[in-house]
Design a protein around this ligand. Sequence first.
Ligand SMILES: [Mn+2]
Length: 394
Amino acid sequence: MKILFSADWHLGYTLGGANPALRLEDQARQLRMIAAYCDEYAVDVLAIAGDVFEAQERGAARAAVGAMMDALAQGLSRGLRIIAIAGNHDRDYFMDMAGLWLGAHAPTGGERVVMRTRPELLTVEANGERVNFALLPFPTLARYELQHDDAGGVAQRNEQLAKLFIEKMEDLRKQASEQRLPTVLLTHVTVTGTTVKAHRISPRDDVVIPRGAFPDFELTVVGHIHKAEQLGGAHFYYVGGLDRMDVGERDYEPRVLLADIGPAGVREITSLPLDPTPFAAIVASDEEGLVAARARMERPDDTLVKLTLEVPQGTYLAPLLDRARQLFPRLYGNVDCAWTDSEPLAPSVAGLNAANVEETVRKYLEEQQMPDDERAALLELVTELRAVRTGVDE
Ligand SMILES: [Mn+2]
């Protein structure tokens, strides 16, 4: 059975800030490549390891599902199956809905589009071969049926979720081994041992599963970390994202994984490249600097540019910003300024305690540059707020 793996599509994601950049066109380009690979290699199953959708509201949601349908409708009509699990960015109702919409494009007979928000062992048959899919969405309270009142805080909740995740995984492994079929684990979670961190989630909000807790499935494919990598020597992969999300991912080489699985496990597994959007971080202090930066770029009109201006405080920026927008049609986000004539303030979060809001706010205020009477008044307000808050809690 031929299975093409991908993850972290984040369809409809927009880079925000003063110069917003829509990413759906970039994403649709990758989807068309994926669809072409599915045809070229006669793929039976397209498996997506979570974070399929980012835009889940109004028009953007419609456009995101539309892009997916445009790319994959033809594959579905020739018999391609799609199996996806929910990541931390997917909303459960939206996954269910998108599954129904896409399924409407598939021929009837068997469930052709499976989008799951709950753990499940699913047996798929194609070309006379059967493969089990152990589906483990990103762990949330609802998905793993955890009753939790948050009294112990976020850290304790995440520990419990990790424990449940591991139990559920063991459960699916037992079911799978009774059936004596090769089994693929498809999940979306942070596993210890990766070389980079998860995208846009603080370590304190993340659920981390030790690599050693994973049983030996024939193949394990994980989403959530956007950098493609194999963990250890076994068939255990972070498949990587659909496209680079921001300038922090400019060195990632997004790919998909094509696996051929037989009764005894993986026959062959290969990496197929995608067509990632170029990103550049540019630092300039004047117009000449901007022009020189453009000249150094291979594809200036396609490149998403994050700009930092090194100028003295009080510089009138409008003409420079206008010029930057002309030179870099895909300038995105906020343009940062690094003042050349003042000591950097070097904001620090070291020593801040996220579990104690009052202490954190006080420490922050004490470190800021401001007149002493202003600081005293603000600290006074913090005390007042705490009194109000305590009153509410009682
Ligand atoms: Mn994720």
